[in-house]
Design a protein around this ligand. Structure first.
Ligand code: ZN
Length: 254
């Protein structure tokens, strides 16, 4: 009893902290006027807020995770485990517009595709954050595991499937642009090669519903040899990530 009396105030103090741990949108970090304007527009449009709201409604996080737009000086995105912050570089969005420009005829289609690819990266970075704050066991390459999480989070409705396929297309175009020239650093990198990331994402979309996505094989986006294994691959991803996150889903709260 004494132990409980000593501990109880602490537990009560901790409870609200735990209950409030969530993903939070932070102020953007910017250098130039160009990106200041863009960040303001995106902030008004509520892009990151929308993402955070969706996550906070469906998951409990043991620690706060920050999320912000950053002018990084490079087209990238990061999760920093020391600050528990996701930085979404605005330059990356520009790069997607450039990469995908030739693939779409109308401005609206390009807009949507560039954003789709960017959102897939946001889910990828959130995957790194989840592995950190939930201390999830991962074997194999974390970069592949969080590509799986991003695809698995989005797949299952027409918009989500299209987002994953746009991300795949961006890897395809990057791989083509590199003229199939590789350096040692490409093989040493912690990420799979762009072509591999392309085939993985297409495989998982196809595998999630082979009838619905039969055109991906018919139109040779995915070789039949790989396609055959994709339903099992997707089932495994579904089983694994469902199990890894089952303790964190909001509906589990008693
Ligand atoms: Zn990553």
């Amino acid at each position: 009893m004494r132990m409980l009396r000593v501990l109880l105030p602490w537990i009560l103090l901790l409870l609200p902290v735990l209950a409030n741990a969530r993903i939070e949108v932070l102020a953007p970090k910017l250098e130039s006027a160009k990106y200041r304007e863009l960040a303001q527009e995106l902030h008004k449009a509520g892009v990151l807020q929308e993402f955070a709201k969706g996550i906070n409604e469906s998951m409990r996080l043991p620690q706060k995770v920050g999320l912000r737009f950053v002018e990084c000086g490079e087209a990238n995105a990061f999760y920093d485990s020391s600050t528990r912050e996701i930085s979404m570089c605005l330059e990356l969005l520009d790069t997607y517009y450039e990469t995908l420009a030739e693939q779409y005829e109308s401005e609206e289609e390009l807009d949507e595709a560039a954003w789709n690819a960017y959102i897939v990266v946001l889910f990828h970075e959130f995957g790194h954050a989840l592995i950190d704050v939930l201390d999830l066991p991962i074997t194999g390459r974390e970069e592949d595991a969080v590509d799986q999480l991003a695809a698995w989070s989005l797949i299952d409705n027409a918009e989500g499937d299209a987002a994953v396929l746009d991300a795949a297309l961006s890897y395809y175009v990057s791989a083509e642009a590199s003229d199939k020239e590789f350096y040692e650093s490409d093989f040493a990198d912690e990420h799979s090669l762009d072509s591999q990331r392309y085939y993985n994402l297409v495989c998982w979309v196809y595998g999630s519903d082979p009838d619905k996505h039969a055109h991906l094989v018919d139109e040779e986006w995915l070789p039949a040899e790989r396609a055959e294994r994709c339903p099992d691959e997707y089932q495994q991803i579904d089983r694994s990530w469902s199990r890894l996150l089952e303790g964190s889903a909001k509906q589990d709260q008693g």
